[in-house]
Ligand binder design. Structure first.
Ligand code: ST9
Ligand code: ZN
Ligand code: ZN
Length: 354
């Protein structure tokens, strides 16, 4: 029997529901240095001078630059020319992509914090493909290695390497060898067995081009006569860029700014802005301490902006999701008492959260 306060869920949870990052590398580490979030031009120049330019992946730099140019143009078109139906459709795509990432790639496949029947897994995989954030297997492997080796060289978006690196820089730079060696040691057999994950991985390139760009551009053109360029710029490029940035704030902002009621020794923090942008994924201090909780937060539902939990619970009601794993209040309180920054009761009062 594990003693309370250890980084394991109670033994009553079946073993297969446990999270992969049980062995937490930061356990017992000294308090991390305080970091200030400010623009320091001199530091930026220094960082650029010291950058190993041979490791920059120029293909991605060009593609991300083009994406942002198109997204800005899309924003202009959205304000000036685009039909309201296209705007509503784009918002729907934001919602679908967001659920594909939060409810699918993150809480289901990366953490296995609940189980899902085939139809739900299928729909979530379609949504996750619309989001174009790498296939589920790669997304989950990078995320598991992030949890297991947070803020070390083996963390793909190690926040110690700077705000920009953890936000999007890591996607334009060769991975540190530790990410790959430590990532290869992870047990990914659950995803290798999942038919939906295997299918999506095998046909990822055509599927992602179809679902992230072609279908979003063609539907408004075909069904309500939107100009194809408007549809492409707004429903495809602008929507894609927005969802990417919203997602990336979890790795950047939520690893920099916010309180740490559950563990003050780690970077991940409770961040209200990130929570609002990501359907409830900004309670990141809690999530890194209790990654097997399907709510990724102590709280759930609409009141805490935790839209994803609400949808998981709704799917559970209809029998599509099951075995939802969570953490007892007692357990949380003991952990907060032992390693938190003292703001825990604050949170329970539902007062200022960030
Ligand atoms: C994107 C992902 O944006 C975003 C993830 C964010 C996660 C946030 C999580 C927060 C919680 C959820 C919040 C959700 C909120 C949503 C709200 C929405 C409103 N282990 O990759 P290569 C192997 S993606 C083991 O080429 P390089 C690999 O298999 C955006 N092995 O490395 C390969 O082996 P082999 C779109 C690993 O050359 C070899 O290593 N996508 C691992 O260094 C080389 O792999 C892009 O932009 C691992 N972890 O290139 C693509 N990793 O040769 C970006 C790799 O045997 N990626 N391996 O096949 C790339 O182009 C490249 O990966 C690279 C590195 C340039 C970054
Ligand atoms: Zn996670
Ligand atoms: Zn994190």
């Amino acid at each position: 029997m594990e003693t309370p306060g250890q980084d394991y869920p109670p033994m009553s949870y079946p073993k297969e529901q446990l999270h992969f990052g049980e062995e937490v590398s930061y356990k017992g580490s000294p308090l991390l240095e305080e970091r200030e979030l400010k623009v320091d031009i001199r530091k930026i120049f220094n960082d650029l001078r010291n950058l190993d330019w041979s490791k920059v992946v120029w293909r991605n730099v060009v593609l991300f630059t083009l994406l942002h140019i198109y997204a800005v143009y899309g924003l202009f078109l959205a304000i000036v020319f685009v039909q309201w139906k296209t705007i509503i459709f784009s918002f729907m795509l934001v919602g679908m992509s967001a659920l594909g990432i939060t409810m699918g790639a993150h809480r289901l496949w990366a953490h296995r914090s609940y189980k899902a029947k085939f139809p739900l897994r299928f729909v979530l995989a379609v949504f996750q493909t619309i989001a174009f954030q790498n296939h589920i297997y790669e997304w989950a492997r990078d995320h598991r290695v992030h949890h297991k080796h947070s803020e070390t060289d083996a963390d793909p978006h190690n926040a110690r390497r700077g705000f920009f690196f953890s936000h999007m820089g890591w996607l334009m730079y060769k991975k540190h060898p530790d990410v790959i060696t430590k990532g290869r040691k992870l047990d990914m057999s659950d995803l290798e067995r999942d038919l939906v994950v295997r299918f999506q991985r095998k046909y990822y390139l055509p599927l992602v081009l179809l679902l992230c760009f072609v279908v979003p551009a063609v539907i408004p053109w075909l069904f309500w006569g939107e100009h194809i360029v408007n549809a492409l710029m707004v429903a495809a490029f602008l929507r894609y860029a927005l969802v990417l940035h919203f997602t990336w704030t979890v790795n950047s902002l939520a690893h920099w700014v916010g309180i740490k009621p559950y563990d003050k020794h780690i970077y991940p923090s409770q961040n209200k802005i990130v929570t609002a942008l990501t359907f409830g994924e900004g309670w990141h201090n809690y999530h890194h301490v209790f990654p097997w909780d399907y709510k990724t937060s102590e709280f759930g539902g609409f009141t805490e902006f935790n839209f994803t939990s609400f949808i998981i619970e709704t799917c559970c009601f209809f029998g599509l999701a099951y075995d939802l794993t969570t953490v007892s209040k007692n357990w949380i309180a003991m952990r907060a008492e032992r390693t938190g920054d003292g703001s825990y009761t604050y949170i329970n009062d539902k007062d200022e959260l960030c």
